[in-house]
Design a protein around this ligand. Structure first.
Ligand SMILES: Cc1cc2nc3c(=O)[nH]c(=O)nc-3n(C[C@H](O)[C@H](O)[C@H](O)COP(=O)(O)OP(=O)(O)OC[C@H]3O[C@@H](n4cnc5c(N)ncnc54)[C@H](O)[C@@H]3O)c2cc1C
Length: 421
């Protein structure tokens, strides 16, 4: 297998796009796609970002579309806490890729192992997939080495901040609710995926403690001085106290350094925090696939406002893997996919690059559930101004409400419909 060799991007024009297509699709497990002189766009990752791009590019676009995604169906992290605490079935969060098949998107059910930028190919175990344009939205990877002892205890400590991991966390929560004790949730320093999610998890587990009469409590060991992001700290802390009282203990400035599963302690430098069950939310970074392709260090280096890789003119990187000041949120990822689709379509059409000008960046919507029927809604906006770092504008509910809880369900259903309906 050819190793990935990072090279600087090359300048290309319409002629190159139409006639300089890279090698044909040679994945053994997938039929050859007729090129017919059309450019091919390969999307790696069928989550929020990848689906945003695909739905904006299909149908009837000027390119052949290929999705490289190892899982047979999409699974949503947003709202999955309701599955974890046993309130909603897994089926609510899992959605078939059938809509993509009907739109003519070719799916390769394998992980991308490498990106060969020299040859413009995505490498899988089945072969190589040539691309003219590449969209990368593979989500996040956990930095396990940041917490000593974690790797050895991995199977007992599921994180559940990536799709397809929620079952492990649900089993852990069920054990705690049956046995009682101390359920520890650790929070890393940002940037990490969906900053309010650890507090939401604490709240819904605390609600189940009360409902099921479990003898125990939840302890949050937060690496930060207050819940993240700062604009949500006050409403989250107030709501945790008012609704869950002593069922949640909040420890600020407790950054996890080491875990000892046999002793049941999390070393946070200033103190050892004891636990009987633990959900350690690890620090995160872009998947190795991107770093090995020379596309960034901890996060992928992209330019705003169009999310194009700084190192390569034919690659766009979006979703949580991208290093931008925007929140790592599904709503941002999906809408970034639309921006990326428009940028690629402009390239295919041979349109000149728009001159950098102020514009609105993809917005974020996030819901922090405080109980099964109340939530805090968080809206985040940001403008792109050439030469400036975007500043985030937050709009946060001052207190949880049933209205925001219902809005969360409506929002998620409409997003899943836009992705795969
Ligand atoms: C508990 C929780 C609650 C959340 N709540 C909200 C919310 O209320 N609102 C909100 O907007 N966001 C929320 N989020 C955040 C949201 O889930 C992420 O921001 C979003 O999933 C990012 O999209 P993505 O495309 O970057 O990654 P993902 O959606 O994770 O998709 C990545 C995809 O890439 C695939 N993949 C990975 N590696 C490879 C590879 N090598 N080859 C091929 N495919 C690969 C994976 O299988 C996956 O399908 C929440 C997250 C969590 C954990």
């Amino acid at each position: 297998m050819t190793r990935t060799t990072p090279i600087p991007g090359t300048r290309i024009g319409r002629r190159d796009v139409l006639h300089g297509a890279a090698a044909g699709l040679v994945v053994a497990s997938a039929p050859q796609i007729a090129r017919a002189g059309r450019p091919r766009i390969v999307v790696v990752g069928g989550g929020w970002g990848g689906l945003g791009a695909l739905r904006a590019l299909a149908p009837g676009g000027a390119a052949d579309l290929v999705l490289v995604e190892p899982h047979p169906a999409f699974v949503s992290c947003p709202l999955s806490i309701h599955y974890i605490v046993g309130e909603r079935p897994f089926a609510d969060f899992e959605h078939s890729y059938g809509a993509l098949d009907r739109l003519g998107v070719q799916r390769i059910a394998e992980p991308a192992l490498a990106i060969d930028r020299d040859r413009r190919e995505v490498v899988t175990s089945g072969g190589r997939i040539g691309y003219d344009f590449l969209v990368l939205s593979p989500g996040v990877e956990y930095a396990e080495e940041a917490i000593a002892g974690y790797a050895e205890a991995r199977s007992a400590l599921p994180v559940g901040f990536r799709p397809f991991e929620q079952q492990g966390v649900k089993a852990l929560v069920e054990r705690f609710l049956a046995e009682g004790g101390t359920f520890l949730i650790s929070v890393p320093k940002p940037p990490y995926r969906c900053p309010p999610a650890p507090y939401e998890r604490a709240c819904l587990i605390a609600e189940q403690i009360a409902r099921r009469g479990t003898k125990g409590k939840v302890v949050i060991a937060d690496a930060n001085p207050q819940p993240m992001p700062p604009p949500i700290a006050k409403p989250i802390l107030e709501a945790m106290r008012a609704v869950h009282g002593e069922r949640i203990e909040y420890l600020s400035d407790h950054e996890a350094k080491a875990v000892d599963l046999a002793k049941g302690t999390l070393d946070c430098g200033i103190a050892d925090v004891p636990f009987t069950h633990a959900n350690i939310v690890l620090p995160m970074r872009a998947p190795r696939l991107l770093r090995e392709a020379g596309l960034g260090e901890r996060w992928a280096a992209v330019r705003l406002p169009d999310f194009r890789a700084q190192a390569d003119e034919r690659i766009w990187i979006l979703g949580d893997a991208a290093g931008t000041p925007l929140p790592k949120s599904g709503h941002v990822a999906f809408n970034a996919g639309i921006v990326v689709a428009q940028a690629i379509e402009r390239r295919i059409d041979g349109a000149p690059e728009p001159a950098p000008a102020p514009t609105e960046l993809p917005t974020g919507i996030c819901f922090a559930a405080i109980g099964s029927d109340r939530a805090i809604k968080i809206n985040v906006g940001a403008n792109f101004v050439p030469g400036e770092t975007p500043k985030l504008r937050f709009q946060v509910d001052p207190a949880p409400s049933a209205e925001s809880s219902e809005a969360a369900t409506r929002w998620a259903r409409s997003m899943w419909q836009s992705m795969l309906g």
